[in-house]
Design a protein around this ligand. Structure first.
Ligand SMILES: O=C(O)CCC(=O)C(=O)O
Ligand SMILES: [Fe+2]
Length: 362
């Protein structure tokens, strides 16, 4: 085994633990979040080990093609699900959810978060804004847009949002579909529809091996159909991953032109993918407390706001799986999700070009 890589060999164990702990809906007992595994958490038991300290440019094209894929992405996932339910490692209800995930790459958990928790979290967010602890940019989508813009990682400033990010239902669901303990990474709070073009979160939050990211969108109020609901395309998680390199965005170009290059080439490429595959849009018309979970590669975005007056209050959460390498493909920088970047091993005398990623909106 190369330096910096330890075969945690935790897939089966973590999965069982996570699945056992999963609970959805108000009838289930509140589960205990899975304990993080011991050991160097940046390491990964990849089928093709890499000397992580020698990766100079954290780009998808710098990594070999490698498994293991998350258990629900494996070709025999349905059979694995059957075996696990037969062994009573997951309940029949969880098996049904997992089968749906395999096919569709998402799951809607209605009423997964109780209204008091939602109100407490959003109230604390608004209070922090009122106190001036955080300031929202206007991000006006039109002259008559009355709602403020999004805020990245408000959980770092608002304890109640941090608690929501770590809510057992969210963490345990994510752990179940990832097959490893889910590590909270990033939050985005929004008062209004993002109108963000369709994308896969994997270009913003990339893992080695691929697929070890899960996201969820929590409705913080009832969502109006004219507010620009989240739009997602069932089944698109099975399309090939598309990275910066695939659309000709070099690290130099991203440094110089930032998201302009992304808008010029990545977004149209994704729209073409959707059209070529005839993928059908679904809109998340949610009630307060409903949660949409999605796969690392499920295409989604913010639909057009038909009526600017409607707010669309939401919290998005992103989780990486423990044990994978996590980075931002566009800027080729690592994510410090598993501890300080400085703690990554270096390769002999080389000095990896590693920068802490500080601002990414997925
Ligand atoms: O809330 C939205 O409209 C999109 C959010 C999103 O794409 C994300 O957070 O990954
Ligand atoms: Fe996204």
């Amino acid at each position: 085994m190369t330096q910096g890589l330890s075969r945690v060999s935790s897939l089966g164990r973590s999965l069982t633990m996570a699945a056992r702990n999963l609970a959805l809906g108000r009838d289930d007992a509140l589960p205990v979040p899975p304990e993080p595994e011991a050991g160097p958490s940046y390491a990964v038991d990849a089928d093709v080990p890499v000397e992580i300290g020698c990766i100079k440019v954290f780009r998808a094209e710098s990594f070999p093609e490698s498994g293991p894929s998350p258990w629900l992405d494996q070709p025999d996932a349905p059979a694995i699900i059957d075996r696990r339910v037969a062994r009573r490692e997951i309940t029949p209800k969880q098996a049904e959810i997992c089968r749906f995930w395999v096919e569709n790459g998402y799951y809607v958990a209605r009423g997964a978060i109780d209204p008091d928790t939602i109100d407490e979290a959003w109230g604390a967010y608004e209070a922090a804004i009122a106190r001036g602890d955080l300031t929202l940019a206007p991000e006006k989508a039109a002259e008559d847009d009355p709602h403020p813009g999004r805020y990245l990682n408000p959980h770092l400033k608002v304890e109640e949002l941090d608690r929501l990010l770590r809510h057992p239902v969210l963490v345990n669901f994510s752990s179940m579909v990832l097959g490893r303990p889910a590590i909270p990474f990033q939050t985005i709070a929004s008062h209004k529809g993002s109108q963000q073009s369709e994308h896969s979160d994997s270009i913003h939050m990339t893992t080695y091996p691929l697929g070890y990211l899960a996201a969820c969108w929590v409705a913080m109020e009832d969502i109006h159909a004219d507010s620009g609901p989240l739009v997602y395309y069932p089944g698109t998680h099975r399309l090939p991953y598309l990275f910066s390199h695939d659309v000709g965005i070099s690290t130099d170009e991203f440094r110089e032109r930032g998201y302009t290059a992304y808008r010029e080439r990545y977004e149209p490429a994704i729209k073409r993918e959707i059209a070529d595959h005839g993928a059908a849009p679904h809109h998340f018309i949610a009630r307060k407390g409903d949660v949409l979970f999605w796969h690392a590669n499920l295409l989604h975005g913010g639909s057009a706001r038909a009526d600017m007056r409607h707010s669309r209050k939401a919290l998005v959460h992103h989780y990486f799986a423990e044990g994978c390498v996590c980075y931002h493909d566009l800027s080729a920088s690592t994510s410090a999700v598993h501890g300080p970047v400085e703690s990554l091993p270096t390769c002999g005398a080389s000095s990896p070009d590693i920068a802490v990623r500080d601002k990414v909106v997925a």
